[in-house]
Design a protein around this ligand. Structure first.
Ligand code: CAO
Length: 416
């Protein structure tokens, strides 16, 4: 069975997290991803957060599956020559260097376009054009500058960053969509184009509902936020909402049986309006079904804290999985707070290929996250990340047609 992106060749100049998540996705869809790394150094993450001495870190291996690695010094003359050939042979160039790095190497967009008019040149940068365009950016900077941190956390605490890597992996996803869209466009136009995804923009996109609330604030308090019922006045900006649901159906995180010793014995509970009567029955409050103080969503808005405290009295008598068992048949939307340990051990996630065990020649078996996007006719096989320069000779020979002598010359000049 052919893969969706088979035949598409990616010149992967990415490093750290945002860019590599993008090219890993393209690799899962079947593209030939050629990861270019500095000789002897490679992607900095190979050596970061190592759990086993002298073995590529999980940080690197979990972000670089389904790629081939070539080492190439793109700042040497011979290296630039080889890189120029690669530009001509590839369909997409992806990079997430600090602003201007590729220009300084001698490959601005204009040069790339001239070398290969069909080339799609895709970049992640921290910020788009404007006052911060020259800044280097990491995950948490993007979360802060994109509005996520100011709206995450509890009302009486400082801004909080989230564990979900919305700045890096989130922007990698955005960029991947931009690339396949540009590939689709190229089918009609015959030309490549420049694709840009700024991490700040990606986070703002994911925080869209918070900009919604910012504008709603001008017309009165945000009644679905717990602080409304707690009679805490709203300020000028969208506040931190704790565990409030963020949608039209109020929700909160509630303690379950064992919470005293298990930090993850909690459940997310949504008081969805259409199943309110079922909720009243299950928590032992049938009188709330007809009580005008509780019977309608509007009447409940100023009592959410009390309502969730009452529901919690019930959830505390059950494990998070028992809460699921009781609520799911009644169509009450609830979700267990799963620890990473529970996720790693969950059999159904192994079966769908969302959690995959991979074998690595130096580290042995490790777990990774497979492709979360499932295509029926193009299933993703997860292939271990390459060792540094593992495919240098193979790529120089098969993709560029270099002879043994030419490869040896490049090696003697430390270009590869
Ligand atoms: N051969 C020769 N030189 C190479 C090379 C190669 N194969 N690959 C990279 N280099 C050079 C680059 O040209 C650059 O050199 P100059 O500074 O002289 O132009 C240098 O290596 C390092 O690039 P960098 O500045 O991008 O790396 P950094 O570690 O200092 O910064 C980061 C890292 C992530 C802050 C920065 O790349 C960045 O802001 N990227 C854009 C935003 C982004 O993607 N951030 C998310 C990263 S994941 O958290």
């Amino acid at each position: 069975m052919t893969k969706a992106l088979e035949g598409v060749r990616i010149l992967d100049m990415t490093h750290v997290q945002s860019g590599p998540t993008c090219t890993q996705l393209l690799g899962w869809f079947g593209a030939d991803v050629i990861k270019v790394e500095r000789p002897g150094v490679g992607d900095a993450t190979r050596g970061q957060l190592r759990d086993i001495p002298d073995v590529d870190s999980l940080y690197f291996t979990m972000l670089n599956h389904n790629k081939r690695s070539i080492t190439l010094n793109t700042k040497s003359d011979r290296g630039r020559e080889i890189f120029t050939k690669l530009v001509k042979e590839c369909d997409v160039l992806v990079e997430n260097f600090a602003p201007g790095a590729l220009d300084r190497m001698g490959f601005p967009w204009e040069v790339i376009q001239e070398l290969n008019p069909r080339m799609i040149y895709a970049s992640v940068k921290g910020f788009g054009p404007g006052p911060y365009e020259d800044c280097k950016v990491y995950e948490n900077v993007a979360q802060c500058a994109g509005g996520a941190a100011s709206t995450t956390g509890f009302l009486d605490g400082p801004p909080l960053v989230t564990g979900a890597q919305i700045g890096d992996s989130g922007t990698g996803l955005h960029l991947a969509l931009g690339i396949v869209t540009a590939l689709f466009h190229r089918e009609k136009s015959g030309r490549g184009q420049r694709v840009m995804a700024a991490m700040q923009d990606g986070v703002i996109n994911l925080c869209r509902v918070k900009l919604r609330d910012q504008q709603r604030l001008e017309h009165g308090p945000l009644k679905e936020y717990s602080q409304y019922g707690q009679k805490i006045p709203f300020g000028k900006a969208t506040p931190r909402a704790g565990n409030d649901s963020g949608g039209g159906q109020p929700g909160w995180i509630l303690k379950c049986k064992g919470y005293e010793s298990d930090p993850d014995a909690y459940v997310y509970f949504i008081t969805q309006a259409p199943v309110w009567k079922n909720i009243c029955d299950v928590i032992g409050k049938p009188e709330w079904k007809e009580d005008p103080e509780y019977a309608t969503p509007d009447a409940r808005l100023d009592k959410l804290t009390h309502i969730f405290e009452t529901i919690e009295e019930w959830t505390k008598t059950k494990t998070k999985f028992e809460v699921m068992e009781h609520c799911n048949p009644l169509n009450i939307p609830v979700g267990p707070i799963l620890s990473m340990k529970e996720i790693a051990e969950e059999p159904s996630l192994r079966e769908t290929g969302t959690i995959v065990e991979v074998d690595h020649p130096k580290r042995g078996a490790y777990l990774t996250v497979g492709n979360p996007i499932k295509l029926s006719d193009s299933p993703a096989d997860v292939v271990r990340a390459p060792l540094l320069g593992e495919h240098t000779d193979e790529i120089l020979k098969d993709v560029l047609g270099l002879s043994e002598e030419e490869i040896e010359a490049a090696r003697s000049e430390s270009a590869v």
